[in-house]
Design a protein. Structure first.
Length: 258
């Protein structure tokens, strides 16, 4: 699937030609690029839920001379932007850059995010039950630490913490029951089994995120197990293009009128 790009170079060049000062040109390019990126992100954050973070993470800003482009990278972000028909996910996930060859053929490892209990699910994944969140937040964290050699994920060394299962430590009967449930006929384990807790440290405190991982391969027993519904196209990129071209003159007047 091709990358989506928003090229605001025309809006930039049409106004820069009329400006004598290099400092004004630089300020306008910076503000137009920032406005385009901000508007594109704002659309995704307002209209998407659990996929919002992945979509926004795919946005990149490029500047070369008077040429400014914003690029949307990644399979999922581009599927959201352009739309995608429903069907068997194995048709493309086993041919993508993250697919690997194993003993029994091609496979891919798919991460699933889970939100903390009581959250909206926006940016974090569907919230888990309180009974599951209680033991999940007690898991020792999985940490990415440059320079350590205990594993590798995404090019960065990883120190793996505990994974959630019924015997990891004492938990409520309700939690154990949920960890024994199959949410769909084709599931072989609970959707929460094997969950890890990752930590990120910020000035305001520590933030936890929760993920499980499942393997997709041609050997999946039930053909329904990796079937995806149709994704409706969002078309945030054309809206961003129109927005920037509409505010270009306003930004120019704000800079040269100082």
């Amino acid at each position: 699937m091709g990358l989506v790009r928003v090229d605001i170079s025309h809006a930039v060049s049409s106004v820069l030609r009329r400006l004598p000062k290099a400092s004004d040109k630089k300020a306008i390019k910076r503000q137009l690029g920032a406005a385009a990126m901000q508007f594109w992100k704002r659309q995704a954050q307002a209209q998407l839920t659990s996929s919002s973070r992945d979509y926004v993470a795919g946005l990149e800003h490029h500047e070369e001379g008077d040429r400014i482009t914003l690029t949307l990278r990644g399979m999922l972000p581009n599927m959201i932007e352009n739309g995608a028909p429903g069907g068997d996910m194995r048709d493309y996930m086993l041919k993508g850059p993250n697919a690997k060859m194993g003993k029994h053929g091609m496979y891919n490892t798919v991460p699933f995010r889970h939100g903390a209990a009581g959250t909206s699910g926006r940016n974090t994944g569907r919230p888990m039950p309180k009974a599951i969140h209680a033991p999940a937040k007690r898991l020792s964290p999985t940490l990415s630490r440059p320079g350590m050699l205990h594993g590798a994920q995404g090019g960065r060394p990883v120190v793996y913490g505990q994974r959630l299962h019924a015997d990891v430590f004492r938990m409520s009967r309700q939690a154990k029951n949920i960890l024994g449930e199959l949410h769909r006929p084709w599931h072989t384990t609970s959707i929460y089994a094997g969950m890890i807790r990752s930590e990120k440290h910020y000035k305001r405190g520590v933030q936890s995120s929760y993920r499980t991982f499942r393997r997709i391969s041609q050997n999946s027993a039930d053909p329904r197990s990796w079937f995806r519904r149709r994704i409706a196209a969002r078309h945030f990129a054309p809206a961003t293009q129109r927005h920037v071209e509409g505010i270009a003159q306003q930004i120019v007047m704000g800079v040269v009128g100082r």
